[in-house]
Structure formats: C-alpha cells, structure tokens
Design a protein around this ligand. Sequence first.
Ligand code: ADP
Ligand code: MG
Length: 606
Amino acid sequence: MHNLIKMLPDAIANQIAAGEVVQRPASVVKELMENSIDAGASFVQLIVKEAGKVSIQVIDDGAGMSPQDAMMCFERHATSKINKAEDLFAIRTMGFRGEALASIASVSQVELKTKREEDELGSLLRMEASVQKANEQVATPKGTSILVKNLFYNIPARRNFLKSNPVEMRHILDEFQRIALSNPHIKFSLVQNEQETYALPVEKLGKRIVDLFGKTYREQLAACEENTNYVSIKGYVGRPEYSKKTRGEQFFFVNNRFIKSSYLHHAVMSAYERLVPEGTFPFYVLFLTLDPSHIDINVHPTKTEIKFDDERSIYAILQAAIRKTLSLNHLIPSLDFDANVNFRNPSGASGAIPSFSGANSPRPVQYAWKKLYEGLNDNIEAFERQSVADPATNLFNETSTTIQSKANTWTAADSLAHSNFQVIQILNKYLVVTLSGGMLLIDQKKAYQRILFDQFSENLVKKNGVSQQLLFPQILRINPADSVLLEEILVDITDLGFALTKDLEENYWIQGVPAGIGEEDGQNLLEGILEQVKNEATDLGQNHSEKIARILANRAAIRFQSKKLISEEMSGLVEQLFASSNPSYSPNGELISRSLNEAEIGQLIG
Ligand code: ADP
Ligand code: MG
C-alpha cells in the first residue's frame, strides 16, 4: 500500500498561501510598503507600471537586510518580527506572519536589492515562482528595493481575473492613501507610468490629509482628540455639510493599522445623526490607540478586521469624542435652554409634543451652517501648530499633491495654482500652457475624456446625472436585439442623465441627454454605447458602470479631437483637468499631458 498523504512542495504551498495574501497588485503594494515602514524607513517610494500589472517597485531607506536574511525572507513563515507565541498579542509592527514575501515570490518575478548600513556591499536576489535565479553581491544604497514583475504570470487564471487598469490603480491608491495617512512623519512618493503623481513631504496629519485629498479639505476638517484609560482617539472629522454620497473617505486606524469596522463606523455616524442627510457619509480619519492585549487582529490574513475585548466601551467613547468635537467646533447647533420648549403639534390641536421638561432637554436642531464654521480653521491650525518644526512655513501650502515631471523640482499643477497661466491651441488638437517654471502640453481630446469620465462616474455613483431636455425628442432607431441590451443598461444610462421613454409601438424616444453633451449627439452616443457594450459584453460584469462611463466619455470626447477652442474654453479645460481625479492619464490609461521644465526645454533645443 502506498501512503497517500505527502507534504506539498514549497512552491505550491506558497501559491496556496498567496491566494489569501495576494489578491491583486494592491495587495503587493500594501505588503511591500508595510515592510518598509517596519524597517524604519524615512522615505518610501512606490513605482508602478500599468496599474501594477507590469511591475510594482518599492524602494526604502530603512534598515536593510543581511545577505543571510535576504535569502531567508522568501521562506514561508520567515519573519524577524515575532519569536514566540506571546508576541502575537503585543504586535506593534505591521507584518508578523512572515508569509508576504514568500507568497509574492511564488506568483511573480522578484528582484530584491538590500543593504544594511554597516555592510560594504549589498545583496541582489532574483526569484521566479519561488525559485532562486540569482544571488549576488552588489553595490547599492542602504535600504531595500523590491521589484515585483508580471504578477500572476505563472497563474494565467488569476492574471485574467485582474480588473481594468483604472480599477486596479484605484485599489493601489487606496492602499497608498491608507499608509500615507497613518505615517505623516514619513516621506512618500508615488510614480505611475513614469510620472510622479504624489510627492508627500514629512508633515503633520492635517496637512497630509490636504495633500492627499485636495485643498478643499482644508476648510472641512475638525480636530478630534480624546484620552481615556482604555483608548485614546486622535484625528480629524469632516464638517457635516461636506459629507458625500459615496463612501471611501472614512478611515479608522487601530494602533496605526488601517481597519474596517461597521461597528465603529456606526458609532461615528450616530454622533452625526441629524447633521448629515440620510445616505451621506462624513469624512473622517481617526486613530485609536490602545493596549494591544485588548485587540485581536489575527482574524484574517489581510488584517483589515479587528476584534476588541470591550466593544461597547469603544463605541461609547468614540461617539462621545465625535460629539464633543462637533460641538466644540460649533458644528452641532448650540442648545438654547431658555427658549420656550413647549411645541404645539402641527395640527394645532392641544397638547405639547413632546412635553420637554427640565433644562437639559434640547430643542430640535436648527441649521445655520455658515456662521457655525467661523473660527474652525483657526482651530485646526492651532491644533497642528503645537508641534510644527518651522512655524514660519504655512501649514497648508499646496505643494505636494501634484503632477511632477521630476521629483522636487517643479510641479505644473503648483504653478497653475499660484500664477496666471496663458494657454494657446495648436493644430486644433493640443494646448500649450505657459507656466512660471516651464510649459505644459495637453492633448485636448484626452483631457475631455478624463473630465467627462469623472463627471459621468460621479453621476453613476450619485445616480443623479443632470439631464438636458431635448426640445425635439428624437426617436432611437435600434434593432430588437439591441433593445434587449438597452434594457440591460437602462438603469445606468438613466443615472448618467439620458431620459428615454417608450411609445406604444415599443419605440424608444430620447427626451434628454446628459448635460455637457451636444444635443445632436444623443442618437449617435447611444448607438455607440450599445455597439461597444456589445463588443465588450463578455466581461461586462461588475465594472459595468465604469465601463459605460468610459465608453460614453470616449464617444463624447470625439468631437474635441480636432476642434478650435475659444480662450475661455481653453482655460476652463486646463482648470477642470487639474481638478480631475487624474490629470496625467485618461480613463483609457493614455498620457494626457506632459510638462517640460526649463532644463528639459533646454535639452530639447540642445
Ligand atoms: P513579515 O513582514 O510578516 O515579517 P514578510 O514576508 O513581509 O513577513 O517579510 C519577511 C521578512 O523580511 C521580514 O520579517 C523582514 O525581516 C524582512 N524584510 C522584508 N521587507 C523588508 C524591508 N523593506 N526592509 C528590511 N527588511 C525587510
Ligand atoms: Mg510583511
């Protein structure tokens, strides 16, 4: 009889583990960046190509590894971070399972360069699908660089499962944001397809938030701080009337680790009760610090969930802390105890509803927002000022969340924000923008694609695309097969702002088109959308709406391919582009703009 049970070969065991740890490029980003933080880095650089599908590189100036450790780090359960079981309850570092690098190396091609301060030479290792392909000594700066190429190249099924570049990039940005938020004392850089999209200097949390999310956040933040024996809470919450219909700007960090918790979210929302409209979410970034023995973070390998030993206390303290912040900042209307508290019910019938008794009963909330926020900024600035190294520097000078052609030299968006720019059009296709530090070249069609895509995506999320009514409704001529498709995407295109009706003969009439699209284009656009949806139907699946937004943006931008623009249109386009979610790349992942600084222009001329 043969024995049937055998140990899995390491490479396969690693691949199985990888299924849990490495779901997509963003998971690699998270693991590598966390390792850099654990290694005590003061500068962490993330370089991605094609949303991480081609490569992901993280370079740090942290402790580095010895030649022996450089080999060990790809072994499963190899970790320098815990030695004994008890350590699991006192975890202060980000990683602890020692499976990330082994998992990543089992599903990609990895190049590691690392050197410790004290070593003369560093190590270079190449791994392919868990197999070591090279191990050499190299001259390399102190710290670690890990380059991960062709993720899932050896598991085609997983690779095919990856979503479009914008979607994968969004996930990467989420991870980058979380890590950058929880480490404002560390300098970060993000380079996307050769362009630096974030350059974040060492700063305070408030300014880091502004740098990451945009300068409008400067006005909407209220500092929150609460200290109890069990937990201390620190961070910022957003003004109620800035709350958004989409989620994604709510962050909890427990002992500096990002976590998701609907329970804690509920506690925050309860503090905002009656202050924000139903179905909207205020911004918040909250750091909870407590003794690690009170929490269990070993729930899931990706470690975003957490258990507290006393959930109720956390809830109550958090809710109270937010309430306090809102009222300290006058975001909760003050209660007027002297006023008459007997309300007549609307029908005019007798009897007060409810009959408040005693001085502690609040009146219904009244809203007078504008006044309530006076002095809020001073509050945030005062909070941050306590520990700013150089008081002369303006906390909130927007210098970092910008596109850059070269790190720390000159930023196009920066110059745009601070100077009057001039713009001319050439070939009816490109815009040339003159800036104090150089020039910017913009492809106008691609710029429109980005702006329209953002607009349409927002319409889809908010389900409130503004529709421009047509004076003369147009009949939509489509064949029966296409009308089935149309039915399928009807909700989305209605959300976008198309208004369609059906007559008795089952003909569709276009009554309105999304605002911002030429009226004459309704029929064309809908046909075009249907056509492309048909072609891409095989993978319409989950990103349905994003795809439709992209298709529509592409179609609607065609008319700007070659079109003379008047000067207001040009400057409007430039401004909108830089207010968009990604001024560098179109939703199709193509370069929109390129900046040239003085040195680069000099080089061109030679
Ligand atoms: P974990 O972080 O859970 O320990 P990893 O697989 O992520 O497991 O890393 C394994 C080990 O490799 C770490 O414990 C650390 O000793 C070393 N290591 C990984 N990345 C770095 C880095 N950027 N700098 C220094 N050491 C690193
Ligand atoms: Mg790790």
